[in-house]
Design a protein around this ligand. Structure first.
Ligand code: GMT
Length: 372
């Protein structure tokens, strides 16, 4: 099949998932065309059957706000026509789904690709409730040939918030790690971790929804204070949080690495993950850790309970109570054999349910069904 993929190219779960999907589809012999304003950061260079088409945005003085939707839709229609795409698969509805619908309608019927829209999270939970976006998202979903969501939670939220009554197929996220480039010992040495310190990992784009304030508050309550280091892989600037780190006396406990691309090295070195998000439709970073037998402590919010079975493959904490989160982290720091058992179960669950092998054929089947 010939598949066009549009996603946000910068650090973020939807772009990571879309890049991994494109990579896997190309490995399976499909021709994949990425259309975006930048090459997605995790997309392998020079891989066979993967093409990248940049969208060029001109900055016109007459516009107060630059427009991306129209140049994107023009590029989508050109690529669809020139490469005879079967499917345009857009990740994150705003503005990608709207641009795809417009692109399709610009083409004569024989060149029109099918449009598949995958909802990832804030396109529903945040923008879906915004009166300035909701009706446009609803329209784009209605006009899509198929709509998927990355969790059952997100499907319910889309039905509830957008009053969308069409079918939504739940296809969970997947992750297949690349081989780490360094050993666990090398990474721990780089981070200055000693034998007795557990490595608690947090990886996110640090947006307000990730509740970095709560993450740091939790870290400050973990006892004994010298039992761990919190390693933050930051997909954005950590500058706004430096004051809080100082105020909480966490300077020697918190290590930040910005814009890391060799995430597998750090996953291999980690002992447990910590996620304090206000909500998550899925939380890819929990799955990434699970693949390395690293269990996470997270809040019981959104689609996270579809990823972690509480007490079996990780620990879920009911509220945004830093004390409860800290106790859960402490319990795993102090009990390495329980931590290992949860980690083994997490890795097994990731392989069984959330591997490329389990998930990518579902997308292929969906493409085939819309092409009929
Ligand atoms: O978080 C966002 O703003 C959107 C998106 C992204 O691009 O990072 O994240 C969402 O998609 C990921 C991949 O499907 C999910 O793992 C994240 O849980 C989800 N984020 C939210 O729901 C907040």
């Amino acid at each position: 099949m010939k598949i066009g993929i549009t996603c946000y190219p910068t650090v973020g779960g939807s772009g990571v998932l879309a890049s991994a999907l494109g990579d896997e589809l190309a490995r399976r012999g499909h021709e994949v065309h990425f259309i975006s304003y930048e090459r997605p950061f995790r997309l392998p260079a020079n891989a066979p059957r993967i093409h990248f088409h940049p969208v060029v945005i001109n900055d016109y003085d007459l516009f107060k706000y630059p427009d991306y939707t129209l140049p994107l839709s023009v590029k989508m229609s050109e690529v669809s026509r020139d490469h005879q795409l079967d499917v345009l698969h857009v990740h994150y509805a705003v503005p990608h789904a709207t641009a795809a619908i417009l692109a399709r309608s610009m083409l004569p019927p024989e060149h029109q690709p099918r449009v598949v829209t995958t909802l990832h999270g804030t396109d529903t939970t945040l923008l879906g409730r915004d009166a300035g976006y909701g009706p446009a998202i609803h329209h784009a979903l209605t006009c899509s040939d198929a709509v998927t969501a990355v969790s059952s939670f997100l499907r319910s939220e889309t039905q509830r918030l957008l009053h969308f009554e069409g079918p939504i197929e739940v296809i969970h996220n997947f992750f297949d790690p690349r081989p780490p480039q360094r050993s666990r010992e090398e990474v721990r040495q780089e981070l200055g971790l000693n034998e007795r310190e557990a490595m608690v990992l947090h990886a996110s784009n640090l947006r307000p929804l990730k509740r970095i304030d709560l993450l740091l508050e939790t870290a400050a309550r973990i006892r004994p204070a010298g039992s761990f280091k919190l390693v933050i892989l930051a997909g954005g600037s950590f500058e706004p949080f430096v004051d809080q780190v100082r105020r909480l006396g966490l300077e020697s406990r918190v290590i930040v690495r910005e814009k890391v691309s060799e995430i597998e090295d750090y996953l291999l070195a980690a002992d447990l993950g910590l996620v304090t998000s206000e909500t998550e439709s899925f939380c890819l970073s929990i799955l990434e850790a699970m693949c390395f037998a690293c269990p996470s402590v997270a809040r019981r919010v959104g689609g996270i309970p579809e990823v972690i079975e509480d007490g079996v493959s990780g620990l879920l904490v009911p509220s945004d109570d830093a004390e409860g989160l800290a106790r859960a982290v402490e319990s795993l720091i102090q009990d390495p054999s329980r931590r290992a058992a949860l980690g083994r179960a997490a890795q097994h669950r990731a392989r069984e349910r959330f591997s490329a092998e389990a998930i990518v054929p579902r997308y292929e089947a969906l493409y085939r069904s819309v092409m009929k």
